[in-house]
Design a protein around this ligand. Structure first.
Ligand SMILES: NC(=O)c1ccc[n+]([C@@H]2O[C@H](COP(=O)([O-])OP(=O)(O)OC[C@H]3O[C@@H](n4cnc5c(N)ncnc54)[C@H](OP(=O)(O)O)[C@@H]3O)[C@@H](O)[C@H]2O)c1
Length: 232
C-alpha cells in the first residue's frame, strides 16, 4: 500500500492529481478548506481508502498536529511509501506591493511557503523511524524564476519554496526523495483570478493565453505529475 497526502484538493490541479491517484492499493489523505464530494465518491467506487481533512493551511501553528493526526490514519496500514504533495497555494495579493494589504501578504506566505515547509519538517520528523520510502513533491511555478510586476508576493513565495527544496535535497534523510514540479500555465481558477485583476500588468498576457487556447488542462498536467510521483 502507498499513502499520499495531497494539499489543495477541492479544485484545480490538486483535485486532478488526487483523482488520478485513486487506486485500490493507494491510501489518500486530501487537505483543503472545502471538501469535494466527487473525490470521495470516486474513491469509494474504486475501493480506495480516502480521508478528507478540512484545514486552512494559513494556520501554520497547527501543522505539526495536523501531520500527527494524519499519520494516525495510516499507522495501522502496512505501507511501502508515503508521499506528500504540497500543491495548495494562492496567487493573491496581486498588484503593486504598496497596494497589497499586510493581512493578505502574510496569508500568501503562510499558505504558499510556511505551510509546505512545516508539512515537510513534520512529515520527515514524524516518519523518521518508519523505515519506508518518503517522497515530498513541491508544486512550484514559472513565477519562481520569472519576476513580474504586481506578483511580487507570489513570485517570492514560489522562489523561496524552490530554494527550500534544494536545501533539503542536500541534507541527509533516510530514504527521502524531494523535488519541485513547475506545472506550466494551467486552466484553473488561479489563472482566472490573475486574468481579471484590474491594473495587473500581466493580465493582458494571461487573457491572451486563455483566448488562444494555450493553457494546459489540469487533467493533462496532473497525469504527468502522477506518472512521475509513482516512479519516484
Ligand atoms: N494554474 C496555473 O497556471 C499555475 C501555474 C504555475 C503554478 N501553479 C501552482 O499549481 C498549484 C495548484 O494551483 P491551481 O491553479 O490548481 O490553483 P486553484 O485552482 O486556485 O486551487 C488551489 C487549491 O488550493 C487550496 N487552497 C488554497 N488556499 C488554501 C489554504 N489556505 N488552506 C488549504 N487549502 C488551500 C484550494 O482549496 P480551498 O479553497 O478549498 O481551500 C484549492 O483546492 C499551486 O501551487 C500553484 O501555485 C499553477
Amino acid at each position: 500500500m502507498k499513502a499520499f497526502i495531497v494539499t489543495g484538493t477541492s479544485r484545480g490541479l490538486g483535485f486532478e492529481i488526487c483523482k488520478q491517484l485513486i487506486k485500490r492499493n493507494h491510501l489518500i489523505i486530501s487537505i483543503a478548506r472545502n471538501n469535494n464530494d466527487t473525490l470521495l465518491e470516486l474513491a469509494a467506487q474504486n475501493n480506495c481508502e480516502m480521508h478528507f481533512v478540512k484545514y486552512d493551511l494559513q494556520y501554520t501553528e497547527g501543522i505539526s498536529d495536523l501531520i500527527q493526526g494524519i499519520l494516525k490514519l495510516v499507522i495501522n496500514t502496512k505501507l511501502e511509501s508515503i508521499t506528500l504533495i504540497n500543491n495548495a497555494a494562492q496567487v493573491t495579493p496581486l498588484g503593486s506591493i504598496d497596494c497589497c494589504t499586510p493581512e493578505e501578504t502574510v496569508r500568501n506566505v503562510q499558505t504558499n511557503l510556511l505551510a509546505p515547509i512545516l508539512l515537510t519538517q513534520s512529515l520527515i520528523k514524524q516518519t523518521e523511524q518508519w523505515g519506508i520510502h518518503r517522497v515530498i513533491v513541491n508544486i512550484s511555478s514559472g513565477s519562481a524564476k520569472q519576476a513580474a510586476a504586481g506578483m511580487s508576493v507570489y513570485c517570492a513565495s514560489k522562489a523561496a519554496l524552490n530554494m527550500f527544496t534544494s536545501c533539503i535535497q542536500l541534507e541527509s534523510h533516510r530514504s527521502l526523495t524531494t523535488y519541485t514540479v513547475d506545472p506550466g500555465m494551467v486552466d484553473t481558477d488561479m489563472q482566472a483570478v490573475a486574468r481579471i485583476e484590474e491594473g495587473l500588468p500581466m493580465s493582458d498576457f494571461f487573457r491572451e493565453v486563455k483566448e488562444t487556447g494555450s493553457l494546459k488542462s489540469a487533467d493533462d498536467v496532473a497525469k504527468k505529475i502522477v506518472k512521475r510521483v509513482l516512479t519516484s
